[in-house]
Design a protein around this ligand. Sequence first.
Ligand SMILES: NC(=O)c1ccc[n+]([C@@H]2O[C@H](COP(=O)([O-])OP(=O)(O)OC[C@H]3O[C@@H](n4cnc5c(N)ncnc54)[C@H](OP(=O)(O)O)[C@@H]3O)[C@@H](O)[C@H]2O)c1
Length: 292
Amino acid sequence: MGIVVSMTNAIPQVTLSNGVQMPVLGFGVFQVPVEQTEQVVTDALAAGYRSLDTAASYGNEEAVGRAIAASGIVRDELFVTTKLWVLESGGEDEAKRAFERSLRRLGLDYLDLYLIHQPFGDYYSSWRAMQDLHRDGRIRAIGVANFYPDRLVDLIDHNEIAPAVNQVETHPFFQRAAEQDFMCERGVQIESWGPFAEGRNNLFSNPVLSEIGAAHGKSVAQVVLRWLVQRGVVVIPKSVRPERMRENSDIFDFQLTDAQMARIAGLDTGTSLFFDHRDPEAVSRLGKRRVD
Ligand SMILES: NC(=O)c1ccc[n+]([C@@H]2O[C@H](COP(=O)([O-])OP(=O)(O)OC[C@H]3O[C@@H](n4cnc5c(N)ncnc54)[C@H](OP(=O)(O)O)[C@@H]3O)[C@@H](O)[C@H]2O)c1
């Protein structure tokens, strides 16, 4: 688990705790406008991405599904992730209905990875529903997003199946190394969202990252993605531009030195650049948002 073990189509894979293989590099579609999504995903597939990350709450699952259908790519070459939004009530049945709606929008008959999007609301019911769907073969791997270690360990200790993945904000300014160690101990693969911190903190002109990039003839974006992958973190960068999609996937022909890894480690601020999922205001605001 958590270690790059094989190569498929030049994108290495990690093996999740249940044996499922997942590309270390995928493509995220958060904030891609719905009318652009089909073309953007078509471009990403043409650039060689085979792992796609969407969510019910992004409102673009149907467009992702159209791009998949039009691509002609064999289903088992793709790794499709979507996420279940916060459910207020309705228990396991409501979670199963939300899953079926996502699957229908995507035009698929199974998912590779289904994540609980936020550790809010009735997510223990959601998890039990996801365990059932996994056992029934409808989802190859189940996981969570935005779970801090306290929520993660509680979920693991009180359920039969542990999350295969925890997708959390992870980038040079919020590195989560200790959390990653903890996840690793519990068999949970860390996946980064916001690998570029969406450009916050002037990430793309950061002097340390720029200098390291210059030493390898690589861009800041490539250094960041390489650094994450070298740490064993799965990445799903987003871009609407084909040239950046290609740039972001061209990270498997160079290696950062230990000294360069250590310099990047020095950029950590230890805090979120977005919001803390333990902040009551954020919990209430996100938890009250309804999707579908
Ligand atoms: N689970 C969660 O709660 C959660 C939260 C946030 C995100 N996510 C997932 O993680 C994915 C990635 O995170 P993100 O989209 O928030 O942010 P991100 O990947 O850190 O950053 C995307 C931004 O970087 C720009 N960019 C991309 N490649 C670039 C390059 N090579 N050079 C310069 N700029 C570049 C993009 O602009 P252009 O598009 O104009 O190129 C966009 O503005 C999402 O799409 C989503 O699938 C999950």
